[in-house]
Structures are given as C-alpha cells and as structure tokens.
Design a protein around this ligand. Structure first.
Ligand code: ATP
Ligand code: MG
Length: 401
C-alpha cells in the first residue's frame, strides 16, 4: 500500500519531529511538508495535494478552528486532523464541527496515528469503489465581458489533462461568437449543432468524431460556424449535449456567454463547479455582486460557486481580503496578471504552457487544476434553479424551446 502523504501545520517543532518518527515507525504515514503558517500550508496543499493534514491548535484555538473550517470547505478530499496538547471535550467538539476528521492529543500516540491512517485508507478505498458517476462539469462564467473567462477555460482544461491525466472536453457555449477554437488554433469539421442533433445516438465512436482533438489532448466542441446558427440550439439541447459529454469525459469545461439566457442557466444549473470570474476593480466587483445576488434568488448560490479573481496584481488598490467582505464570498483562486504572456499566446494560437511554461500565470493553472480536483462537490446534490423567477426574467414569448 502506498504511504499517506502528510502535511503538518504546527509551530511546535518537537511535536512535528515526534509525528515524523511515528509515521516512519508505523510505515504508512510520510510527513513530507511542515510549516507553521496557514498561508504556506494552503500553498503546499494547492501545489502538492497531500492526502492528510495535521493542524496544530496552538495558542490561539479560535484561529485554528477557523483554519480547519476553511480547509474543510476548500479541500473536501483532504483528511484533516486537529492537534492539541489539551484533550478538552469542548475543543474536540468544535474542531470536529469545523470539519476535522479526527483529533490528536500531544504527545501523539502510535495507536492514534495508526487509526487515522486506517481511516484514510478506508476513505480512499470507498472512493475507488464508487461507481463512475460521469464527468464533472466546470462552467467558467462572468456576467461581464473581457474578464478572462476563455483564457481560464482553455488553460484550465490543458492543466487537467497535463497534470491529472484526465479526459477533458471544452465546450464553447458562446454560440454566436465563440473564441475557443481560436485559442486552440484548431479547425473543426463539426460543431455543437451536430452533437445536439445526434446526442441521442449511443454510438460513442461516432459522437467522438464530432469533437476536435488538440495536440495537448484536450477535446473541443466548437461553436456553430455561422452567427445565425446560434439560435438553432435550444436549452433542452444544451442539457442533452452536456449530459452526453458527461458519459464520455472526466471533465467538461464550459466557456459560457456573459448573458443570463436560458441556455447559459441550463449549463450553470448542471455544473458541478461554477468558476465565477471577476476583476479587482469596482465596476467588475459591482457586477459580480449583482450576479451573486441573482444566484441567491434563483437558488444557485451554493458551494458549487467559486470566485476566481482574474488578472490579479498583489499590490492592487483593492486588497483581496476586503473583496471577501464586500461580496460575502471567499476568493477561491487568483490568476496572476500577465498581459504580454497571455496575449502573445493567443496571437500565436498556442496555449500558455506551450509558449511560456515557466511563467507564474501558466503555473497558476496547474494550481487551479489541483484545487478543483480537491474540491469535489457531490454531484447533482444541488437543487434545480427556481424556474418561476426565470420565467419573469425570460417571459415565455422570448424564450427558445
Ligand atoms: N491573466 C491575465 N493577465 C493579463 N491579461 C489577461 C489575463 N487573462 C486574460 N487577459 C486578457 O484579457 C482579455 C480578455 O480575455 P479573454 O478573452 O480570456 O476574456 P473573456 O472574458 O473570455 O472575454 P470575452 O468577453 O471577449 O469572451 C484579453 O485581451 C486577454 O489577453
Ligand atoms: Mg471569451
């Protein structure tokens, strides 16, 4: 059995050394990363995907409980252990309620670390035993143009293939003026119209020929060749197309239009994750706020919605922390600002990895793909959108069937 990779976030060096030795003794836990700050811990999780994290409760248990809650929320697949020198029932209860899977008391006993390792193995086995549920749909959405949704969709898809070996399709749902085929520099023979017309056919090989494969391994379902063809696709067909792709791919990344039409809402409703893209400036944040409010009204504001800041500059006038307060939504990820690299890649018809593999902006897509892989949201647990409100937004006369 492979060893469980473990991160320890703790300032007590003696405790770290002790767990390290215990891990070697029992042979199943390998302490690979040690840090005493949560920020560094999060950076390590994003980059290396540990299977287990031990979080020290330290002198400020409240901050540690918050940290456990944040880690449990953002990394549901991570096995979390709280570590304290006091086994007070109140503290244990709070840590478990915040999302810790177990509680360790210093000095950690061999039997307790062994029991934790057993739990991780059981969880891993349970995940492997689960029947394949079909692929995950990740929609990249912004209710404002030019925020970087297409850049994120295509480079994230590439990272999911490159670093996770997943089978990935990108769907261009910007039906009247999509950019995805241009970003990948591919010439498709077919488009979403052909898949919409044939999605009832069960012939897997035939359906595959309707997508074009890029050299990176990403498959692309193109937007219609002519602007006026966009109207030929109905919301029902969007549902059928995405449903069909779910059975063919591990991940379906959808580049979405910026309007709330029914086709877009259908895709968002079917998504396992919605990456809501915003910039760190007031007009963009205002729009994002309105969007989150609408998501709330139609029943779409839940843990699937993840806020992504695009073109992020560390010294921006509006600090990242204040955004979370204004929007009442945690920032899931920030893509660094690097206009020269991004535009040069697009103009050359290349992905960021193909042109600038070592740039920070390129590496950020590896981190984003890691984060997504860790933040598994149970499929289809979300309720359907409140259609009644939709009818008010799109009166039946204006709707395409
Ligand atoms: N991380 C980044 N750093 C700097 N510039 C970026 C970044 N991401 C995207 N851009 C630039 O922002 C502009 C918009 O990017 P992109 O086309 O990806 O956004 P979009 O939301 O899909 O736009 P549209 O509304 O046209 O569909 C482009 O000029 C692109 O080069
Ligand atoms: Mg776009």
């Amino acid at each position: 059995m492979s060893k469980i990779s473990c991160l320890i976030i703790e300032s007590d060096q003696e405790a770290i050394r002790h767990i390290d030795i215990l891990g070697r003794t029992i042979g199943s836990v390998e302490v690979r990363w040690k840090t005493n700050t949560l920020d560094t811990g999060i950076a390590i999780i994003k980059k290396h995907l540990p299977e287990m994290a031990i979080v020290g409760m330290g002198k400020n248990p409240d901050a540690s409980i918050d940290a456990i809650a944040a880690l449990s929320r953002d990394f549901p697949a991570l096995f979390l252990l709280a570590l304290s020198d006091k086994a007070e029932s109140d503290l244990i209860l709070r840590a478990m309620r915040a999302g810790a899977h177990d509680f360790l008391c210093k000095p950690v006993k061999e039997i307790d670390l062994r029991a934790a390792a057993e739990k991780v193995y059981k969880l891993k086995a349970a995940r492997l035993d689960k029947k394949p549920e079909g692929g995950r749909i990740v929609s990249v959405f912004s209710n404002k143009g030019g925020n970087g949704t297409t850049t994120i969709a295509v480079n994230l898809a590439d990272a999911l293939v490159r670093y996770h070996g997943k089978k990935v399709a990108v769907v261009d749902l910007v039906l009247s003026h999509g950019d995805v085929t241009m970003f990948f520099n591919v010439n498709p023979s077919y488009s979403i119209i052909d898949l919409a017309r044939n999605s009832q056919k069960a012939d897997y090989d035939f359906l595959h020929t309707l997508l074009v494969r890029h050299s990176s391994g990403v498959y692309i379902l193109a937007d219609p060749p002519m602007i006026e063809d966009a109207e030929l696709i109905s919301p029902t067909q969007v549902r059928e197309v995405l449903g069909t792709l779910r059975s063919m791919f591990d991940y379906i990344v959808v580049d979405t239009p910026h309007q709330f039409d029914e086709r877009t809402l259908t895709a968002l409703e079917m998504s396992d994750n919605i990456l809501l893209v915003s910039l760190l400036n007031l007009p963009s944040l205002r729009n994002t706020q309105k969007c989150l409010e609408l998501f709330g009204r139609i029943g779409l504001r839940d843990e699937r919605v993840r806020l992504v800041i695009s073109r992020f500059l560390p010294n921006d006038e509006i600090p990242r922390d204040s955004i979370e307060g204004i929007l009442n939504c945690p920032v899931f990820f920030s893509v660094p600002n690097d206009y020269p690299a991004v535009i040069a890649s697009v103009n050359r018809g290349k992905l960021l990895y193909e042109t600038f593999p070592t740039k920070e902006v390129t590496k950020s897509f590896r981190d984003l793909s890691n984060l997504l892989a860790l933040s598994i949201v149970p499929q289809q647990t979300a309720k359907p959108i409140k259609r009644g409100l939709l009818e008010k937004i799109f009166p039946p006369g204006r709707r395409t069937k």
